[in-house]
Design a protein around this ligand. Structure first.
Ligand SMILES: Cc1cc2nc3c(=O)[nH]c(=O)nc-3n(C[C@H](O)[C@H](O)[C@H](O)COP(=O)(O)OP(=O)(O)OC[C@H]3O[C@@H](n4cnc5c(N)ncnc54)[C@H](O)[C@@H]3O)c2cc1C
Length: 468
């Protein structure tokens, strides 16, 4: 863990005068709690500041701007790219106390929330009015809407409904000098709303978020299909996609991941299965029946298969728990889990599966693969131990090859987890020199003095105006 330089006491007093003494954490114990995300990257912030209002956020950013101190916005710290790690003697600006629903209009299918509200809390609230907020990252019980918007989060339901970027209608933003401004789906000119979604805290701090809601589907069918191999599972997905059959959720677990999560939850194991597909179809009764029958019919053509259908809400929830427990279960396999979320066109999935198996053998690594296979988005988890430098070198070589292979297939290095620190060095491979030049220009236009989360997405040497 990298410790921050000592913070100037005058700055601490200035921040306390904005948010009150209880809104600033200065002890090392408190600051350590804000030093990491879900990667292995960590760095202790100089201070943690916890505002409650837009005005406080604005004044905090303004003070930091004038003092030349970087500000790293933070939700729940569940990101997988190091984006919320408070680099460079910055302050961690935690939005956790801004967790109110500002407005909710079921008739307009809209709500406006503060950024610190937890995704699952919003889901429960809108469900009472028979509405759905579709984006559902598997961390939904913890992660915040602010973090979701800043990462452009996806989730299992993205296959049918799309990801966070498809649901943001409005943002109130605190800019790098503390100025407060607004942008919405109706704003004319360049589409700044789209630029901000997925900007990982580098362009502005979101203090209010408008979201689109959809009607809660009335009917569901949820099941697991246990197939012979990962390649067979990916062929089944290609078959579904080429026949235009799109469920709401289509997730995969390879053999070792399935076994790991079953053992973690103390459930009976499916030793014969080489992979499992978790499927949910939602909608009106007739639609659910037709679509799920067609999916089952497709899987029945596979060489080996077994099904487990949820009959009750409890059984449905139990299958969801299995899927959502994958990350905590894998945390027990090795001290360090590097989760690379590559995404390829669906037709290339069988090829990607073979390539991942080849990489595991070539680099002598344990690889656990799961993810949103229906979207072509796989989480390839390289299991290691950061203390084993020789193995970590092989992990890095393996990740380099994985990204090269993904890009050669017309894919992307990040399906949903973002770029942050961990993938910043690979971004130029995907977007090219011109893409990087334009992105650096965007960063400078929003944040000329590099106050907001510097060094994330764009490697520091490209942020020419940075004074940090
Ligand atoms: C078990 C597990 C499962 C996961 N499953 C998924 C999944 O299915 N799909 C998926 O996409 N991701 C998933 N993730 C990754 C992570 O949960 C998401 O990226 C999530 O959106 C992060 O939200 P957070 O509140 O934790 O944000 P943080 O990690 O705290 O921050 C993420 C980024 O958002 C910025 N930020 C936070 N709040 C604001 C704000 N108000 N204004 C501006 N910037 C802000 C931060 O600076 C940082 O750059 C998973 C993570 C875990 C640990």
């Amino acid at each position: 863990v990298r410790e921050a330089k000592k913070m100037n006491p005058a700055l601490r007093r200035a921040l306390e005068s904005v948010v009150g003494p209880s809104g600033v954490f200065a002890s090392l114990e408190d600051r350590l709690c804000y030093s990491f995300d879900a990667t292995t990257i960590s760095s202790v912030p100089a201070l943690v500041v916890l505002p409650r209002t837009t005005e406080q956020v604005s004044r905090v950013v303004s003070v930091c701007h004038d003092e030349g101190v970087a500000v790293v916005p933070r939700g729940a710290g569940t990101g997988f790219a190091g984006s919320a790690v408070p680099w460079q003697d910055s302050i961690a600006l935690s939005l956790e106390r801004m967790n109110r629903v500002i407005a909710f209009s079921p008739a307009d299918l809209r709500c406006i929330v503060q950024p610190g509200i937890v995704n699952a809390h919003l889901q429960k609230l809108v469900a009472k009015e028979r509405l759905l907020y579709p984006p559902d990252p598997s961390s939904l019980e913890v992660c915040t809407l602010g973090g979701n918007v800043a990462q452009g989060a996806g989730g299992p339901r993205a296959l049918k409904y799309g990801s966070t970027k498809d649901y943001v209608t409005y943002l109130e933003v605190v800019g790098s000098r503390g100025e407060v401004w607004e942008v919405s789906e109706r704003s004319s000119g360049y589409d700044l709303l789209s630029v901000l979604v997925g900007s990982e805290g580098t362009l502005g701090v979101f203090t209010a978020i408008g979201l689109r809601l959809v009607p809660l589907p009335g009917s569901w069918r949820t099941f697991m299909a246990y197939l012979g191999s990962l390649e067979e599972a990916s062929q089944a997905v290609v078959e579904l996609s080429s026949r235009g059959i799109i469920p709401t959720v289509l997730e995969v677990m390879d053999k070792v991941t399935l076994r790991c999560v079953e053992e973690y939850l103390g459930r009976p194991t499916h030793d014969e299965a080489g992979a499992a597909l978790f499927v949910e179809v939602t909608g009106e009764d007739e639609e659910v029946k037709v679509v799920s029958d067609r999916i089952v019919g497709t899987f029945e053509k596979m060489r080996s298969r077994r099904f487990e259908f949820a009959q009750t809400e409890e059984e449905r929830e139990s299958l969801w728990v299995l899927r959502r427990s994958v990350s905590p279960a894998l945390a027990r396999v090795a001290p360090t889990k590097i989760n690379e979320d590559v995404c390829v066109p669906r037709s290339r999935l069988p090829e990607l599966m073979r390539a991942v198996e080849g990489l595991a053998q070539k680099h002598r690594l344990r690889i656990y693969t799961f993810g949103h296979i229906g979207d072509g988005n796989l989480h390839v988890n390289l299991m290691t131990d950061v203390r084993d430098r020789e193995e970590v070198k092989r992990v890095e070589e393996c990740a380099d090859s994985l990204f090269e292979i993904t890009l050669a297939m017309g894919g992307t290095i990040s399906g949903e987890h973002g770029i942050g620190i961990s993938k910043a060095k690979y971004l130029p491979l995907e977007v090219g020199t011109t893409g990087m030049r334009i992105m650096s220009g965007v960063k400078r236009a929003f944040d000329p003095e590099a106050v907001l989360n510097p060094g994330k997405i764009i490697p520091p040497d490209l942020t020419a105006a940075s004074k940090f």
